[in-house]
Write a protein that binds this ligand. Structure first.
Ligand code: PLP
Length: 376
């Protein structure tokens, strides 16, 4: 269906941070499938795990126990830290958030079902996650959307406080707004949100679908702010391209769900879970948060050195380069693609760069050189 513009390139193969198209041309991939292939394309450890699981057991449904998903849940619980929690597995970021929204409603009870989110946020494209997404222009064609969502200005504690009426069950936020333009909140915002949620007895759901699993230089972006969330959602990098999402909640919150409240045919099945198990093991073995922090610093410095870049924002390897010429990011991304570099125009004046966390210094320098030529 015509939900995306006609693509300019057909990719047929990838290895690490490199892609090849159907004409044999090589590209450096600084988008990583929109923050998904954090361990690079065709990662050997993930490929081997998926191949072995495909030949062992792919799917039996959640009416039966399997062994791989619980291991992944335990690892996520340990990496999130803080009090122990439980995981529901889904198949995408939107589905992980849908689970979090339903959990918030069940936890809040009747009359306390509103979820507050920020303008500029992105939480998915299902009807509920679309309404949680604070981009009214995306809502218009699909009204009426499920009710129970309230939007406030991003990184504005007073606005959030004013929205926290007694009907509020939860606040859902990204720690760095990804699709909204790679917007880092002011220092003190997230700790302030945590304080407000505690005062009002409201759940804090952190959408780490794009920021999670090392990308910002910590396992989870909330760890930069030194806070503990009640609910965390992840997807994207969890399967390195194999579709899997997860909604984690602290034990007492997760226990608001009873059997029958939520379900999925595929979520957590052994094939996708085997990819996630291999991803998390590789990420821990390689300490990807440290790699992302170091590589992010090199990439940011390189971008800042370009005359056509006004400023660089973001954390770790989730970066945006604001261009000096307004309205030129789409054209710049198209020209970069022609020059063999995959990047994305995250706004009409900013390019987003989020390569594999295993990107090499040489690949970073090459990407900066290509961008320098294209922008020049
Ligand atoms: N949440 C965030 C922060 C995202 O960036 C995205 C996708 O870009 C989603 C949710 C939706 O994830 P999916 O496209 O897997 O449904």
């Amino acid at each position: 269906m015509p939900t995306y513009p006609a693509p300019a390139v057909t990719f047929v193969r990838g290895e690490g941070a490199v892609l090849w198209d159907d004409r044999g041309r090589r590209y450096l991939d600084f988008l990583a499938g929109v923050g998904v292939t954090s361990l690079g394309h065709a990662n050997p450890a993930v490929a081997a795990a998926v191949a072995e699981q495909a030949a062992t057991l792919v799917h039996v449904s959640n009416l039966f126990a399997t062994t791989v998903g619980p291991e992944v849940a335990a690892t996520l619980d340990r990496l999130i830290g803080g009090p122990a929690g439980k995981v529901f597995f889904a198949n995408s970021g939107a589905e992980a958030n849908e689970c979090a929204l339903k959990l918030a409603r069940k936890w809040g009870g009747r009359g306390r079902h509103v979820v507050v989110s920020a303008y500029g946020s992105f939480h998915g494209r299902t009807l509920a996650t679309l309404h949680a997404t604070g981009q009214p222009q995306k809502h218009e064609a699909f009204q009426p959307l499920p009710e129970g969502f309230r939007h406030v200005a991003w990184s504005d504690l007073a606005a959030l406080e004013a929205a926290m009426r007694p009907d509020v069950a939860a606040v859902i936020l990204e720690c760095v707004q990804g699709e909204g333009g790679v917007r880092v909140p002011d220092d003190g915002y997230l700790p302030g949100v945590r304080r407000l949620c505690d005062e009002r007895g409201v759940l804090l759901i952190l959408d780490e679908v794009q920021t999670g699993l090392g990308r910002t230089g910590r396992w989870f972006a909330f760890q930069h702010a030194g806070i503990e969330p009640d609910v965390v959602t992840v997807a994207k990098a969890l399967g390195n391209g194999v579709p899997i999402g997860a909604c984690w909640a602290r034990d007492d919150v997760a226990d608001a769900f009873a059997p029958g409240d939520h379900a999925t045919t595929f979520g957590g099945q052994p094939l996708a879970a085997s990819a996630a198990r291999a991803v998390l093991a590789e990420m821990e073995r390689l300490d990807v948060p440290s790699l992302a922090a170091a590589a992010g610093e090199r990439l940011a410095k390189g971008l800042e050195s370009l005359g056509a870049v006004a400023s660089v924002r973001g954390r770790g390897l989730l970066l945006a380069a604001e261009l000096t010429a307004p309205g030129t990011a789409g054209d710049a991304a198209a020209r970069a693609l022609e020059a063999g570099l995959v990047v994305n125009a995250v706004t009409d004046s900013a390019l987003r760069l989020e390569p594999s966390l295993l990107v090499t210094d040489d690949e970073i320098d090459e990407a900066v050189a290509v961008l320098g030529e294209v922008l020049g």
